[in-house]
Write a protein that binds this ligand. Structure first.
Ligand SMILES: *Cc1c(COP(=O)(O)O)cnc(C)c1O
Length: 402
């Protein structure tokens, strides 16, 4: 693998991070995707179709909900929740999939491939493939297919073919490798729908743009509700797509503090963690230069989190840069803290939120009490938690499995 000649330094890189570290066989196609994206991203017809689908199919705009009970209970800043859990298919993933699938269609592609961890991105991709009448194949670590049988069946129901990946540790990082490998063997009719703000350029940029609808709406909604910007925005970080979408329209507002909640697993200082920014070092993997949990030889470490969606050994290059510039702060949240938040929000607000999102909530529970009552936090609820109920029950020693 060698780095592709970069055309414009500023759009393909984020400081020293990003780039395109890919096999030669993919270079031309990635360039085609980048060119097509440049052509369509400001195209009125493309954007009209995108917004029609977001609003009329995916249920946007999502609510910005004032969590009054939680606010009173925590006794500090006002807490607003950006409700991505209310989107069709139950998470923010659909925002990005609609955008990339529309681009694929414009490029004349008829087949979508994708990687998936817990299955949320695979389900979103299979959903849009069904809607668009496209072929869909999803690569999923064999371990994950066994842990997430319901989502495997759901994807099949939607007409997708699911490939259990048996290489490596048979988890998400191996699924990304398998999907990239598949793409090299069949480029003509195939578009790789990347599920997070990771991978080679132009994926991090496209995913940033398609997910930035979150903060575009949130900014207008908070100005309408409170007449001012929030003091802090908090979102969970796996690869970083819901977080970059939540941050995007606030990055230039220097007084708005940005927090990314990473999965610390059993603890940031243990070897069972996925706290990539806090513990990671600069390296190259999955086509990008970024921060990764790796040994001194660059071998990617096994990562761990109770949350399958945050169980990724790297982070998107833009987050690596935001961390380096100290524009955003990344905080580790343990399994225990996330599970407590899962139960807390259910009981106080009547919302069963995804365990991933509960990492962000757990940080809000620490942050809000340290702030004044006239300050505001926006926390993104990236998804709904139905998928997590059985595993949280198990964590508490209750077996509700079939
Ligand atoms: C996939 C997923 C995440 C993690 O992915 P990001 O790209 O970091 O947003 C977080 N929450 C939910 C509900 C997910 O499905």
């Amino acid at each position: 693998m060698k780095e592709m000649q970069k055309e414009t330094t500023d759009s393909t890189h984020y400081g020293e991070f990003g780039g395109q570290y890919i096999p030669e066989t993919l270079m031309t196609e990635l360039n085609n995707v980048a060119k097509a994206y440049d052509k369509y991203k400001d195209d009125p017809d493309f954007n009209k179709e995108l917004h029609d689908l977001l609003n009329n199919y995916a249920n946007r705009p999502s609510l910005l909900y004032y969590a009054e009970k939680m606010t009173k209970d925590l006794g500090g800043a006002k807490v607003y929740l950006k409700r991505e859990d209310l989107n069709h298919t139950g998470a923010h993933k659909i925002n990005n999939v609609i955008g990339q699938a529309l681009l694929a269609k414009r490029m004349g592609k008829t087949r979508l491939i994708a990687e998936t961890g817990a299955g949320q991105h695979g389900v979103a991709t299979a959903t849009i493939a069904a809607l668009f009448g496209m072929e869909c194949e999803v690569f999923m670590g064999k371990m994950d297919t066994e842990r997430q049988k319901l989502n495997v069946y759901r994807m099949q129901l939607l007409g997708a073919k699911v490939h259990p990946v048996t290489s490596g540790s048979m988890v998400l990082k191996d699924a990304v490798n398998a999907a990239l490998q598949e793409w090299t063997t069949r480029i003509d009719d195939t578009f790789y729908v990347m599920g997070s703000a990771v991978g080679p350029y132009p994926f991090p940029r496209m995913v940033h743009d398609f997910q930035s609808v979150i903060s575009k709406e949130a900014k207008a909604q908070i100005l309408e509700a409170e007449g001012k910007l929030p003091d802090a925005v908090v979102a969970c970080v796996g690869g970083g797509s819901n977080a970059i979408g939540s941050f995007a329209n606030f990055i230039d507002d220097k007084d708005v503090k940005l927090y990314g909640a990473e999965a610390a697993g059993k603890g940031v200082d243990t070897d069972q963690t996925a706290a990539t920014v806090e513990r990671g070092t600069t390296g190259v993997f999955h086509g990008m230069k970024s921060l990764f949990l790796q040994d001194k030889f660059g071998q990617i470490d096994k990562v761990y989190s109770i949350s399958a969606g945050l169980d990724y050994p790297g982070v998107g290059p833009e987050h690596a840069q935001l961390a380096e510039l100290k524009r955003a702060k990344y905080v580790g949240i343990t399994d225990d803290e996330a599970v407590n938040a899962f139960e807390y929000i259910a009981k106080t607000e009547g919302i069963v939120a995804a365990i991933e999102s509960c990492h962000a909530l757990a940080y809000v529970m620490k942050l809000a009490p340290t702030m004044n009552k006239d300050q505001i936090i926006i926390c993104t609820l990236s998804g709904r938690g139905d998928k997590d109920v059985a595993s949280i029950a198990k964590y508490r020693g209750v077996d509700i499995d079939e």
